[in-house]
Design a binder for this molecule. Sequence first.
Ligand code: SF4
Ligand code: MG
Length: 315
Amino acid sequence: KNLKKYFPITGGVFGRKVGEVKAVDGVSFEVKQGETLGLVGESGCGKSTTGRLLLRLLEATEGTISFENQEVQNLSDVEMKKLRREMQLIFQDPLASLNPRQTVEKILEEPLIVHKIGDKKERRQMVKEILEVVGLDEYHAKRYPHQFSGGQRQRIGIARALMTRPKLIIADEPVSALDVSIQSQVLNLLKDLQEKFNLTYIFIAHDLGVVRHISDRVGVMYLGRLVELTDVDELYDNPLHPYTKALLSSVPIPDPELEVEDEDVIGGEIPSPSNPPKGCAFHTRCPFAMDVCKEVRPAFEEKESGHYVACHLYE
Ligand code: SF4
Ligand code: MG
């Protein structure tokens, strides 16, 4: 609720604070058990930062986070460590997040050791079982990350996230680095796992095409704020925010070569988050911008049942 993360910009000989980047600037949403909430936006919109704030891998500047009625931001380190069993992160680039000198077995065993789950024999058995669950074999256990394809490595990343039997998984662009043909396999795997383990997902992506097939609801972010949030079908059939409309008109992005990094998918430069436009942050790129848009920040409000938007066009 009202989550904010401001990073200081320092400069000069004394490294004093000369400004700040409002990476996340007042974001509120809820995620229901068993659902998938997609979070979408261009590079620098704050979607990854939001994910990290929820797990307290970064501390929020302001705002509250509750998970099953626990106020996450108030938990001690010990309590937080316990909670991390239940909240896990999957990264975009599995190769960068998997220790190259450890076998898959070691990599998957580590979260169990950290959380003191099982003895050696039980842990090995759990590794074996989870490898099967993600579509790998027992004989993969003795291999190293570089011996796998990109898709297989992401399966290992997913397996590692599942080891502690979490309830919530925050997946930060888990398929963005994969070939299109492999993307759908991994998305299907994530869907199957959700059913099997009753998982809740927050699925972060820069591409509305990817989140469509996995999300129940989708939130669209722009320069640190949510600008629209609603059910997935409603978003694609009846988008309200001009930014969402622009993102949808540029879906799909057909060139798989371009999927590796976040892309500017619509015209105009994204303004710097260290100096965001006044009023509606989208007004510099919006074809419908009015005078009021340059001065007044539009509130994020429910315009139709369950359909939230921040735009003066709907006031
Ligand atoms: Fe465009 Fe104004 Fe709506 Fe912002 S508030 S999206 S500038 S119409
Ligand atoms: Mg990111």
